[in-house]
Design a protein around this ligand. Structure first.
Ligand SMILES: Cc1cc2nc3c(=O)[nH]c(=O)nc-3n(C[C@H](O)[C@H](O)[C@H](O)COP(=O)(O)OP(=O)(O)OC[C@H]3O[C@@H](n4cnc5c(N)ncnc54)[C@H](O)[C@@H]3O)c2cc1C
Length: 368
């Protein structure tokens, strides 16, 4: 039996480790990955802020696979031939599977804002963000006069990224006059505690970051962002951290999708339309247990996904998994501090950043 994993996302790295170490008898494992260095999203704002190197926040899938005898195909999936059970790849031969698992993440929808595809820097793929951020830093070093940045997206990722950019540019672009704006269609941190919102608003204000809540960006142009109320914001760079969209190729698979086009799965993480296909992470929606698209949920799905793939390889029925309702969110503020929030409470401090750093490094250490 050949099990093929598509995407080296947060859930799949755990599957690679677990099934690689306790391989079901007769099973052959293959990973198809677009990025051999897969990013750990929780540490990416810390990379932007300058606290982590590229290696600190990326998992080397080639090493992870080689150490466990897992075949790695460096390629990008663009479709499925479910009749012949094959994954279709860009410029590469299709890969046959008996059992398939998909964890390819999501990306901001660049079609949602006019001009975004041409002018915005999307935060996903994260590899592309890293490359463009380092190139931008190089230019910023010698910058004199105004340097304006806009971040579109008021979720935890957008808030964290705006603060990380602010921190890094203050030390790199010393001769520039920095102007950072954060644009949120609703209020910031929807779904989080009002106490967390209050703290983050105060931090943004203290740091001089202009917060535009209940503001919709309608277009991105060469020199800035046009807003719905006819105002515009000048920007030398615009980062998009807006709501996640699914991979366009899901639509042609014939698999059941949710209303936004993400792969619909049962509580077992298996597709209700094909018993050979599982999916996890941002790219999947568990119909009975809907949760926000966040890395913590993808991470938590790793162990039940690994167990259910092992069961499927052994010819056993998969078991349902009920994810937790609330999760701890720790939002770094770029300056060696962080805000932690869960349910109704929120706390802030240097120790919170050290706590986050410890959690993230410990998680990464498992996959080195
Ligand atoms: C700036 C920022 C900060 C964030 N911070 C946090 C945080 O602190 N906590 C949190 O919970 N969430 C955070 N998130 C959200 C988090 O990034 C996602 O929820 C998380 O990455 C989802 O994990 P995943 O396993 O679904 O996919 P991903 O982590 O996106 O991994 C998908 C993998 O699949 C590969 N891939 C993609 N397409 C293909 C293809 N067609 N073929 C083959 N391989 C493919 C990619 O190369 C990638 O390695 C943050 C997001 C951003 C943008």
């Amino acid at each position: 039996m050949r099990a093929v994993l598509v995407g080296g996302g947060h859930a799949h790295v755990h599957v690679l480790k677990l099934l690689g170490e306790q391989r079901p008898p007769g099973a052959r494992l293959t990973l198809v990955a677009r990025d051999v260095q897969t990013p750990y999203s929780g540490m990416i704002p810390g990379f932007v802020a300058g606290h982590y190197s590229f290696a600190d926040c990326h998992i080397d899938l080639a090493k992870l696979c080689a150490a466990r005898g897992i075949e790695l195909i460096h390629g990008e999936a663009i479709g499925l031939d479910r009749v012949r059970r094959r994954v279709l790849l860009v410029d590469k031969q299709a890969v046959d599977y008996d059992l398939l698992s998909i964890d390819v993440g999501s990306a901001p929808n660049l079609d949602a804002i006019r001009g975004a595809a041409q002018w915005a820097i999307p935060v996903k793929p994260i590899a592309e963000l890293g490359r463009r951020w380092l190139a931008f830093l190089d230019q910023a070093r010698t910058r004199r006069g105004p340097l304006a940045i806009a971040v579109i997206g008021g979720g935890a990722g957008g808030v964290e990224l705006a603060l990380a950019i602010d921190h890094r540019l203050r030390s790199i672009a010393k001769d520039a006059t920095l102007r950072i704006a954060l644009i949120a269609r609703d209020e910031i941190l929807p779904g989080h505690a009002p106490a967390a919102r209050r703290r983050l608003r105060a931090i943004l204000k203290r740091r001089g970051i202009a917060l535009h809540e209940h503001t919709t960006a309608i277009a991105i142009e060469r020199d800035g962002v046009r807003l719905q109320d006819a105002a515009s914001l000048e920007a030398d760079a615009v980062f998009m951290v807006t709501q996640a969209a699914p991979a366009p190729w899901f639509a042609a698979t014939g698999l059941p999708l949710d209303e936004q086009g993400f792969l619909a799965v049962e509580a077992t993480l298996r597709s209700p339309g094909d018993p050979c296909i599982f999916a996890a992470g941002d790219c999947a929606t568990v119909l009975d247990h809907r949760r926000p698209k966040a890395g913590v949920y993808a991470v938590r799905q790793g162990p039940p996904l690994a167990a259910n793939l092992a069961r499927a390889l052994a010819g056993e029925a998969p078991l349902p998994f009920v994810p937790q309702r609330r999760h701890l969110a720790i939002i770094g503020t770029g300056d060696g501090r962080a805000v932690a929030t869960r349910g109704w409470w929120a706390v802030e401090g240097r120790w919170v950043w050290r706590w986050k750093d410890h959690i993230d490094r410990r998680w990464m250490a498992q996959y080195r």
